[in-house]
Design a protein around this ligand. Structure first.
Ligand SMILES: Cc1cc2nc3c(=O)[nH]c(=O)nc-3n(C[C@H](O)[C@H](O)[C@H](O)COP(=O)(O)OP(=O)(O)OC[C@H]3O[C@@H](n4cnc5c(N)ncnc54)[C@H](O)[C@@H]3O)c2cc1C
Length: 444
């Protein structure tokens, strides 16, 4: 098979752009086929501290800094009534090298990364929708259709089709997960079948100083939660995540009405949004989590959501997309250099994707148990244990051995809490005292 390029990347989101930028910087010829026209809306606006390492590795740090997105130092977790606040400041962990990260309007952020990939030398082709993939022993062929978009001709005929041949394929198609679906690799997580309802608001009050850029996570009594993310000086992204059962139990409501009802019965959010003005239509998205049986095979790997998707409660999606994009690029570069692009060459890559998913999944699954929340919102959590927790929540999912021991103790405590219930639930008790107990997460 003759090749048009070394590597074909499907999808120009954060995972695809990162993989393409890294490979192009290594001198490989890379083509990104992206279905949409950027900038395009995407949900997922809160980043973790670990993304700084990836920006550095692909030469995008300056670019991101210059964009002056709102600075994020951590997360504030709140009970539904807002009376208990838990500050998770990434700086309390000595294992987080650059604790300050960003909140980003994704249309702008993704567009910047895609342009960055192009400036590194990747051939970026937007409005190219991949419709078929054929693997051969010596290469891979991708068929795509070019969306001609808005044209004067009312009947422009079918979109033109074409093919592209490369040595290697990186599937970064997000939750479309082209290869995952085609090979039947997706492993759904029925326990994490949630639905998100969200929009952007102007005029939501912010905290003072360093906490102003925090993502605020507000727990709901039904097991769901709200996010509030300051994505610009003006706009706050506000969204609710509900277990599917809770979503289905709502009487059939139009999306805007549903979000309004959810806000109204979450007192902490209702207070914050009381005088705010909605600036976007309300959107609804399924955010069902899934893992993959495999993240690599002969001449292919999956990166970002194309491989696995985890419930967004700890804002891990973009960090995982960037990290896996970079790791994928490195693995592919090694394979190209050695002339081995077989599944065997990507075993270490595959193992790492599984390990990271498992590591974050443990937190996500735990978050939906009352025991985790009771412990998380308890008045006096042990400092070292919570530092270890924050290390992972900042994106450093492989912390030091000492932190791993503390994490083990943390999850043991969650199990004990579930069994014996030492702490009273802050989700269903009345709060006579209106005291914030956020000190446990502050740097001491
Ligand atoms: C409700 C919700 C809230 C979230 N909140 C957060 C958050 O706060 N923080 C966070 O880090 N993450 C969050 N996420 C997750 C985050 O959005 C994703 O993890 C992230 O966008 C993954 O990046 P990606 O590059 O893998 O995929 P995407 O960003 O989805 O990019 C995939 C690209 O592939 C393209 N594509 C798809 N099919 C084709 C095709 N056939 N041909 C060509 N191109 C194709 C698409 O157009 C798209 O541009 C959230 C997700 C949800 C659902």
């Amino acid at each position: 098979m003759g090749f048009d390029c070394d590597v074909i990347v499907i999808g120009g989101g954060p995972a695809g752009s990162t993989a393409a930028a890294a490979l192009a910087r290594d001198g490989r010829s890379v083509v990104i086929l992206e279905r949409d026209t950027f900038p395009r809306f995407h949900i997922g606006e809160s980043l973790l501290a670990s993304v700084n390492d990836v920006f550095e590795a692909i030469g995008a740090s300056e670019l991101i800094r210059a964009a002056q997105f709102p600075q994020k130092w951590g997360a504030t977790f709140m009970t539904p009534d807002g009376h208990v606040e838990r500050f998770a400041d990434f700086a309390i962990s000595s294992e987080v090298p650059s604790p300050q990260t960003w909140q980003v309007p994704r249309a702008e952020f993704d567009d910047m990364l895609l342009r960055h990939a192009a400036s590194c030398g990747a051939d970026v082709r937007q409005r190219h929708r991949v419709v078929d993939i054929t693997f051969a022993a010596d290469g891979v062929q991708v068929s795509y259709r070019v969306n001609r978009g808005e044209q004067d001709d009312p009947d422009p005929g079918p979109d033109p089709a074409a093919t592209l041949r490369g040595q290697m394929l990186i599937d970064a198609s997000g939750r479309a997960s082209l290869l995952g679906r085609r090979f039947g690799l997706r492993v759904n997580e029925p326990g994490l079948a949630n639905v998100a309802v969200f929009s952007h608001y102007a005029g939501v009050p912010r905290a003072e100083g360093r906490r102003a850029g925090d993502i605020r996570i507000v727990a709901r009594a039904d097991g769901g939660w709200f996010w509030l993310i300051p994505i610009s000086n003006e706009l706050m992204s506000v969204g609710a995540v509900l277990p599917q059962q809770a979503f289905l139990a709502q009487r059939r409501m139009e999306a805007g009405e549903l979000l309004q009802c959810l806000i109204a019965d979450t007192p902490a959010v209702a207070r914050l949004v009381a005088a705010a003005e909605r600036r976007w239509p309300v959107r609804v998205e399924r955010d069902f989590s899934y893992a993959s049986k495999r993240y690599a095979g002969d001449r292919w790997i999956t990166v970002g959501d194309a491989g696995a998707f985890l419930d967004p409660v700890f804002s891990s999606g973009v960090a995982i997309a960037l990290e896996s994009g970079l790791e994928g690029a490195r693995a592919v570069e090694r394979g190209l250099a050695r002339g081995d692009l077989s599944a065997r060459a990507f075993r270490a890559f595959d193992r790492r994707q599984r390990a990271r998913y498992r590591s974050f999944r443990r937190f996500v699954v735990s978050f939906y148990t009352p025991a985790f929340r009771d412990l998380f919102f308890s008045d006096d959590p042990p400092q070292r244990m919570f530092r270890a927790v924050i290390t992972v929540l900042a994106g450093y999912w492989r912390p030091s051995l000492v932190s791993r021991v503390w994490l083990h103790l943390f999850f043991l405590s969650v199990r004990m809490q579930a069994k014996f219930g030492f702490e009273r639930s802050h989700l269903d008790q009345g709060h006579e005292d209106q005291v914030s107990v956020g000190s446990a997460f502050r740097r001491t």
